[in-house]
Each structure stands twice: as structure tokens, then as C-alpha cells.
Design a protein around this ligand. Structure first.
Ligand code: CMC
Length: 447
């Protein structure tokens, strides 16, 4: 990036025509004007640094806690228009992908930019299928967890431990090495997730089976026991596959930002995915699906919904309607629409989840209530997904694990893009220091 010279202000007429892709700024402290180039709808924050009050001034920074209006990268993976409720992976609308693809097809699309042809798809599925086993020592490591350990805690730790099993993974600039770790991570996440669940139930682990599809295999590892065989219901397999597609990527959210932040230090992918999963674990992020179920259970019945809504409104942000609201979607979350429709199909197989009526009533009231309407709070992806997971028989504590499995493909796609980006550098934000000026040390007796 070349330096940008301080310039005289543009004539108002020229600026008004909008023909120049630049921003003219006048610093009221000095009276100087600057022309800052605009590209792709953004200015570069580093271009503000030239704006100084004098030679000793560090230069102007932009302050943006929580990255409300800062693009941290250029990406070609996922597009979201939050005002219109649009989500696309590599240009394809999420609705079409959810209807016509398998999750593994979508994972390939995210990672490689194009939908696979038949040969590419078969090879890809073969790679993923043949990497599903985990090292026996990793299994023993999982055994060491307490019987009531949270499955997300187990998943995060076990994925981080994988970096010690595959030391070549540190070679992040070797594309072939990266590909191998991508196969391993996408293949082994369901195995680790299922083992974490079995461990928490005090039941023996069920090893993966290569004759089953990705989701059939996962459900089998979850629900088969040595005492009886298990055949996953085709409608539930399809529902899980669609949920995996909907959760696969969501551009620069908290977890993905963690993945890119850690990855920018050239950390291996296992440690980076563990960090991203830790971010996902939080109740404001992927942990919200678990919180939604707790909330619906706590409300208990439809007549109690208005009192709960009142509490949320009076709590002024202290108590939230979990599964509602989104940083980017200010209209509706397109994923929530698909999930709500799918919930009905799942309940035809499993029987109606009684919590659904409470959820529907919450949504009905919230969508008419001024508090939620004014703040543009709509159901998000987590509002109905937990109801489906529960209907499938998955315990509440394992819900976020079911988010982490498909999000792994998105994290890895974003990580690969980061490493190939010529502008890639270690992520290192600035701060505004508000602490003490320099002061002298005071011995302990004199404090
Ligand atoms: N219930 C009640 N009030 C809310 C909610 C909610 N769920 N979400 C936001 N608000 C209010 C908030 O109190 C604030 O009000 P005021 O302007 O009076 O202070 C206003 O709406 C704006 O909220 P914010 O916290 O500034 O919004 P944000 O963009 O920083 O937060 C969010 C987005 C998703 C963290 C938030 O909406 C939230 O906490 N939702 C509940 C948790 C949840 O469902 N998370 C899953 C998100 S989707 C999947 C994922 O990302 O993993």
C-alpha cells in the first residue's frame, strides 16, 4: 500500500458526482485534508495513519470494538446480506444447497470453490470415509475425562491433542499436507463427538463403519450398543445432513474469526480448530442451541410465555430470548426458515416435541412485540435446531458438538483461504491505552 499524500479538498461538484473512488477527510484539529482511496466499498484503516497533528503523533486509528464495521479479510467463500436474509456458499443460495446436496458435497464446495463432479465426489467421500478411525491413544485420552464432562470440553481438548499425533500438520504452507489434515479433521470430528457422547453415558464406544454415509455413520456411532443393532431412520439421516449443510459456514463470525486469528500465527489446524470450537462453545454463539432448550424447558408451558417475554423486556439485556437476534441478519435468518419447515417433517417420524408449541408461541408474540420488532430480533439458526436434535434423541449438552462437526469444513476453508492470501499477516489489532502514565515502583511496605 503506497502512502497517500495530504491533498487539498476536492471541489464540491466533483465530489458530488461520485466519479472518484475516494473519501475526502478534513482534520478539524489541523485544517488539513486527505484523500483516502475507496476499494470494494471500504477504506484501508492503515490509510488513516497519515493523519497526524504533528511529527510525534502516532497517527489516527479506527476504534471498532466487536468489529461492528471492520472487514478483517477479503473472502470468496460465503456471502450474507443480513438485511435481505440472503446466505450463499460460493454463490449458491443456501436453499438450493439444502434441498439438492449432501453435506460432503457442500464441504467440498466450501473448500475447493466448485461443486465436485462425480469422480471428484467419489474420491472425496472415499478419503473422508477412510479417515474416520481415531488413534487408540486418543481414545484412551478421552477415557480420562470425568463421567459428567461437557461434550464440548471433551471435543475441544481431544481435537487440540490431535496436533500431537500428526506433527507434520505444523507444515501449514504445504498444500498436500494441508489436504491430508482436512481429510482427517472432517472425518474424525463425528467420531470424537460420538465418543464424547458415549463416554458421558458410560457406554462403550462404537467404531465407525465404512459402508455407511457420513450422517448414517455418525448416528450409528451415537446410538448403536453392543446389545442390539441400530438402523438409522432415513428421514432423520436426511434432516441431520441438511442441518450440517446449514451450519457449514457463516463467514467471519466469532468462531471463524478465532480460526483465522490463530491460523494467522501459522499454528497447526488441529490447535486452530480447537480454538475456533472454544469460541463456538459460548452461549452467545453456537452454545445458544443448548440455551434455547434450557429456556423452553424452564418456561414449561404455553400460558407462561407472555410472562417470560415480559421478564426479557424488563431485564434490559440481562435476560435474553435465546435463539433470537443476530449481528448480521436484521431481517430473518434464512437457515431458521429451512429448519422450522424441516422440524415438522422430523416430528412426523419422531412424534411432536411438546416444546415446539412453546417455541411457536414465543416466536408469534416476539414478532409482534415492539421491543423485538424495533431491535430487529428474529429467530436465528439455533432457535429450532435444538428441537430437532432433541427429537432425534441427542442430549442437550451435545448440541453444540453437532454445530462444530459441520462448521469444521467452513473453518478449514477459511483457514486455507487465509494461508493462500498474499496480504496474509499475523492478526494483531491495536488498542487505545487508557491506563496510568509512567510511574515509579513502590516497595510493598510503602503501598
Ligand atoms: N433477547 C432480548 N434482547 C436482545 C436479544 C435477545 N436475544 N438480542 C439482542 N437484544 C437486544 C439487546 O439487549 C440490545 O438492546 P438495547 O439496544 O436496548 O441495549 C439490542 O437488542 C442489540 O443487541 P446487541 O447485543 O447489541 O446485538 P449484537 O449484534 O451484539 O448481538 C447476538 C447479537 C446474537 C449476540 C444477540 O442477539 C444475542 O445475544 N442473542 C441470543 C443468543 C443467540 O441466540 N445466539 C446465537 C446467534 S446465531 C448462531 C451463532 O452465531 O452461533
Amino acid at each position: 500500500m503506497g502512502t497517500v499524500e495530504a491533498k487539498k479538498p476536492e471541489a464540491p461538484a466533483a465530489a458530488a458526482t461520485g466519479t472518484r473512488s475516494a473519501l475526502t477527510l478534513t482534520d478539524q484539529r489541523t485544517g488539513k485534508s486527505y484523500e483516502i482511496p475507496i476499494a470494494d466499498g471500504a477504506i484501508r484503516a492503515i490509510d488513516l495513519r497519515q493523519i497526524k497533528t504533528g511529527p510525534d503523533d502516532f497517527g489516527l486509528m479506527s476504534y471498532d470494538p466487536a468489529f461492528m464495521n471492520t472487514a478483517s479479510c477479503k473472502s470468496r467463500i460465503t456471502f450474507i446480506d443480513g438485511d435481505k436474509g440472503i446466505l450463499r456458499y460460493r454463490g449458491y443460495p443456501i436453499e438450493q444447497l439444502a434441498e439438492k446436496c449432501t453435506y460432503l458435497e457442500v464441504a467440498y464446495l466450501l473448500l475447493y470453490g466448485e461443486l465436485p463432479n462425480r469422480k471428484q465426489y467419489d474420491e472425496w467421500v472415499q478419503h473422508i470415509t477412510y479417515h474416520t478411525m481415531i488413534h487408540e491413544s486418543l481414545k484412551k485420552l478421552m477415557d480420562a475425562f470425568n463421567y459428567d464432562s461437557h461434550p464440548m470440553g471433551m471435543l475441544i481438548s481431544t481435537v487440540a491433542a490431535m496436533s500431537t499425533f500428526y506433527p507434520e500438520a505444523h507444515n501449514v504452507h504445504d498444500a498436500a499436507v494441508r489436504t491430508k489434515q482436512i481429510h482427517r479433521l472432517i472425518a474424525k470430528m463425528p467420531t470424537i463427538a460420538a465418543f464424547a457422547y458415549k463416554h458421558s453415558m458410560g457406554m462403550p464406544y462404537v467404531y465407525p463403519r465404512n459402508d455407511l454415509s457420513y450422517c448414517e455413520n455418525f448416528l450409528t456411532m451415537l446410538f448403536k450398543t453392543p446389545a442390539e443393532d441400530y438402523k438409522p431412520n432415513a428421514a432423520l439421516v436426511k434432516a441431520l445432513d441438511v442441518l450440517f449443510i446449514l451450519h457449514a459456514d457463516h463467514e467471519q463470525n466469532c468462531g471463524t474469526n478465532a480460526m483465522r486469528g490463530i491460523g494467522s500465527a501459522h499454528t497447526d489446524p488441529y490447535s486452530s480448530v480447537a480454538g475456533a470450537a472454544a469460541a463456538l462453545y459460548g452461549p452467545l454463539h453456537g452454545g445458544a442451541n443448548e440455551e434455547v432448550l434450557k429456556m423452553l424447558t424452564e418456561i414449561g408451558s404455553v400460558p407462561k410465555v407472555p410472562a417470560f417475554i415480559k421478564e426479557v423486556k424488563e431485564g434490559k439485556g440481562e435476560k435474553r430470548l435465546m435463539g433470537f437476534g443476530h449481528r448480521v441478519y436484521k431481517n430473518f435468518d434464512p437457515r431458521a426458515k429451512i429448519i422450522k419447515r424441516m422440524a415438522e417433517q422430523v416430528f412426523e417420524v419422531t412424534g411432536r416435541n411438546p416444546l415446539l408449541d412453546i417455541a411457536l408461541e414465543l416466536e408469534r408474540i416476539a414478532l409482534q412485540d415492539d421491543y423485538f420488532v424495533k431491535r430487529k430480533l428474529y429467530p436465528n439458526v439455533d432457535f429450532y435446531s435444538g428441537l430437532i436434535y432433541q427429537a432425534i434423541g441427542i442430549p442437550t449438552a451435545a448440541f453444540t458438538v453437532l454445530f462444530a462437526i459441520p462448521r469444521t469444513s467452513g473453518w478449514l476453508a477459511q483457514w486455507g483461504e487465509l494461508l493462500e492470501d498474499p496480504e496474509e499477516k499475523i492478526a494483531r489489532p491495536r488498542q487505545i491505552y487508557l491506563g496510568s502514565e509512567e510511574r515509579n515502583f513502590v516497595p510493598i511496605e510503602k503501598r
